[in-house]
Design a protein around this ligand. Structure first.
Ligand SMILES: NC(=O)C1=CN([C@@H]2O[C@H](COP(=O)(O)OP(=O)(O)OC[C@H]3O[C@@H](n4cnc5c(N)ncnc54)[C@H](OP(=O)(O)O)[C@@H]3O)[C@@H](O)[C@H]2O)C=CC1
Ligand SMILES: O=CCCC(=O)O
Length: 347
């Protein structure tokens, strides 16, 4: 029997379910008060009252162990899941192997040895090659298995990967996340999923280990679109914030006070409060690399183009990210875009 429930009301039930097949759930994943989950959610969380440990996948693959993938895989291992990892740069697997993860030498071998495989890759190109390239995950897929791509990519890329995975008889779910390095470490990500509903149901307990909420959005492409819309807004907000800080400073205001004033008013946002103090000191410790934010602006502009939607603010913001990249700031946090506005034009 399927039970449909508003997310907030059934958090205890979810944690119990996760606990049922990931025995060593850490304290924060044990059944918790409902305050851990959003009070209002426009999505329904869906689960089956008949779900049991036996019906759930028990061997989990994880491909791509960068800033996000490493802590996400770490949380699965900490929760007692049977995790097999792969990363292009093998050394990034070592800390997880030390924690008990298994290792395979290619995405295809991971997929062949696991029931469900998650992938967290940099961009459309790497997501494609890891899923569909030689020795890619698709080469190890077969009926009964599932592939969950968490990377931020565009809808057309996701659709191509879906088609390749489906040809093997396996299921596909796109599941990009909102939330950055710290939420990934804390298991507080927001999953924006679309694709095979039965795979969504099958992996929901894993999503609940890595995240605080999840949305099922229907057909493949909707998760990617939601993620790109959110990140387009975020990228434009950051450039606007940077402009304001620099303008304020130039007219003699203390930028630290500007950050404080903003934090108390209608435009307060966690992003401004978290990143503002370090931006004021021209420090950009990387949580979300600037090159990925620029990639997301580019993909969002492509999405807008595909439906003839005007997005002039995002287009202008994208130019600043491009300038910042050309100044060698790709691997800094995306808040380093402020440096693009400090660049002096030579006489
Ligand atoms: N950081 C953040 O705050 C967030 C990021 N995202 C999105 O998540 C994804 C991952 O982000 P993040 O972890 O920050 O990025 P990182 O740059 O830290 O990690 C990228 C991963 O992709 C792998 N990779 C890159 N190119 C290739 C390739 N050609 N073949 C195989 N593997 C490749 C890297 O392997 P290697 O280690 O060998 O380089 C690494 O595992 C991106 O799509 C990003 O937009 C989403 C939400 C938040
Ligand atoms: O894609 C990156 C998102 C970063 C965030 O949501 O803080």
């Amino acid at each position: 029997m399927l039970i449909l429930a508003r997310g907030a009301n059934y958090s205890h039930h979810y944690a119990s379910m996760a606990a049922s097949f990931c025995p060593a759930l850490p304290h924060h994943l044990k059944p918790t008060p409902i305050s851990r989950f959003p009070k209002v959610s426009f999505s329904f969380k869906v689960f089956s009252s008949q779900t049991s440990a036996d019906e759930n996948p028990t061997r989990v693959g994880f491909l791509g162990l960068g800033i996000m993938g490493s802590p996400m895989a770490h949380n699965l291992i900490k929760a007692g899941c049977d995790v097999t990892v792969w990363n292009r740069t093998k050394s990034k697997c070592d800390p997880l192997i030390d924690l008990g993860a298994k290792y395979k030498a290619s995405p295809g071998e991971v997929a062949a040895s696991c029931d469900v495989t998650f992938a967290m890759l940099a961009d459309p190109e790497s997501a494609m090659v890891v899923a569909c390239g030689e020795q890619g995950a698709a080469s190890g897929m077969s009926p009964g298995k599932g592939y969950v791509d968490i990377s931020t990519v565009d809808g057309p890329t996701s659709t191509l990967i879906n088609a390749q995975i489906k040809e093997t008889g396996a299921l596909f779910l796109e599941a990009p996340v909102s939330g950055s390095k710290k939420p990934a470490e804390d298991g507080q990500l927001i999953f924006l999923t679309a694709g095979d509903k039965s795979l969504y149901d099958k992996v929901s307990s894993y999503l609940d280990i890595m995240g605080k909420s999840r949305f099922y959005l229907g057909d493949v492409g909707n998760g990617a679109a939601m993620k790109l819309v959110v990140n387009m807004i975020m990228g434009s907000m950051m450039t606007s914030f940077a402009e304001g800080l620099l303008l304020g400073e130039k007219v003699g205001l203390d930028p630290t006070v500007i950050v404080e004033v903003i934090s108390q008013g209608a435009i307060s946002a966690p992003m401004f409060s978290m990143k503002g103090p370090s931006m004021v000191q021209s420090k950009y410790p990387t949580a979300f690399p600037l090159k990925h934010q620029q990639k997301d602006m580019r993909l969002a502009l492509g999405l807008a183009e595909s439906v003839s939607q005007s997005t002039p603010i995002a287009a202008a913001a994208n130019e600043l990210y491009k300038v910042a990249k050309s100044h060698g700031l790709s691997d800094h946090d995306f808040s380093a875009v402020i440096e693009a506005l400090k660049v002096k034009i030579k006489d």
